[in-house]
Design a protein around this ligand. Structure first.
Ligand code: SF4
Length: 353
């Protein structure tokens, strides 16, 4: 059985909804996301039956002889202990090499994540930037976000090969935001998140879209996104589908309120309907959440509340999902960013340990 095709998704996704669904409304055109009703209609269906693979990837699958070994890393070791700590690199704050070196010298994290131009705003190429962090000798691992918003399948495969070649610890495969800055240019969206995950696992197993096979000794971990703000039953189904595609862990969208923490709990409960398995989960937190940022978060589909950072951490502690925390500090100034990062880290240590 194949999934129902949806012809009205602006990103032409094979396996929606994408992370840009706001409640049940599409981030692009403000209409109801057609995947919400499509997935709900398949209430009792096992999720792999709702996984439509890209035709090329189905063909490549048959060429895989063996998977490569995932690369050992402090990040993954700590993730398994429920103690992973990652930080989003302040790409908007650094103005040059000296800033980058200062940040590298001060942060104490298992993993540095490098976002892919959120909302389509042009910052830096996340894979090139991650490579540079490696060249500079970053103690922490690196994980670029790799998205399909402005790269086609061939370009994404090149990025994955780069990630493999330069010993990245992980890649985060997400569809990507709809470009929202009025910049002329055609969005791509060749692949949805489940097929992005599948492509990463194929390239890391040494199978290229040209149908060539190359030797690969070890590979980065492949992670994907979880949306705590989407209907729990449907989000659980999306998570299982991505795991079937090869996702080994998940980073949540930003969690800014206790309601979103409870959303995670609901999704994990729904996941039990599919079996007893571990879902390595890293929860993304923003610091500080001041009143000026709340309207923007709400526009991005991220609920906000009045909880303090400490209260939010207490809720997360009670959730006890293991995995870890991903900290995103908001500042476009390196000095301020370093001060806020230290402050946030201190609070996290005090509340969570
Ligand atoms: S929310 Fe995403 S999956 Fe749904 S219609 Fe819009 S672009 Fe497509």
């Amino acid at each position: 059985m194949r999934a129902l095709r949806v012809y009205t998704c602006p990103k032409n996704l094979l396996n929606g909804p994408c992370g840009g669904v706001r409640g049940e409304v599409c981030e692009v055109d403000g209409k109801e996301c057609p995947w919400t009703t499509t997935m709900a209609r398949f209430g009792g269906t096992v999720p792999y039956m709702l996984f439509e693979e890209h035709p090329l990837l189905v063909e490549l699958e048959s060429l895989v002889e063996k998977d490569s070994e995932p690369r050992a890393s402090t990040f993954w070791k700590n993730l398994e202990r429920g103690k992973a700590f990652s930080i989003e690199f302040p790409i908007a704050a650094v103005k040059g090499e000296m800033d980058i070196i200062r940040v590298l010298g001060r942060v104490d994290a298992d993993l540095l994540t490098v976002p892919d131009n959120p909302l389509g705003y042009p910052h830096v190429d996340p894979v090139a930037f991650s490579t540079y962090l490696k060249v500079l000798g970053a103690k922490a691992g690196v994980m670029p976000h790799i998205t399909a918003k402005d790269r086609n399948l061939a370009a994404i495969s090149s990025e994955l090969r780069t990630a493999g070649l330069f010993n990245f610890e992980a890649v985060l495969m997400v569809t990507g935001d709809w470009p929202d800055h009025g910049i002329p240019g055609r969005p791509v969206f060749d692949l949805d998140s489940a097929n992005l995950v599948r492509l990463a696992r194929l390239v890391f197993a040494g199978v290229l879209p040209t149908r060539e096979c190359v030797e690969v000794e070890s590979r980065p971990r492949v992670l994907s996104g979880m949306n705590p703000h989407y209907r729990p039953k449907l989000e659980a189904r999306r998570v299982v589908r991505k795991m079937i595609a090869g996702a080994e862990g998940f980073f949540t969208q930003v969690v800014a309120t206790g309601r979103s923490v409870r959303g995670i709990r609901e999704i994990l409960r729904e996941l039990r309907a599919y079996g007893e398995f571990e879902v390595p989960l890293v929860i993304s937190l923003l610091y500080p959440i001041e009143d000026w940022i709340k309207p923007m978060l709400e526009r991005m589909g991220i609920p906000t509340g009045n909880e303090s950072f400490e209260e939010l951490l207490e809720e997360l502690k009670a959730l006890d999902v293991g995995g870890g925390i991903n900290l995103i500090v908001l500042s476009n100034d390196v000095d301020e960013w370093l001060r806020l990062e230290k402050e946030a880290r201190g609070i996290i240590k005090e509340v969570i340990g």
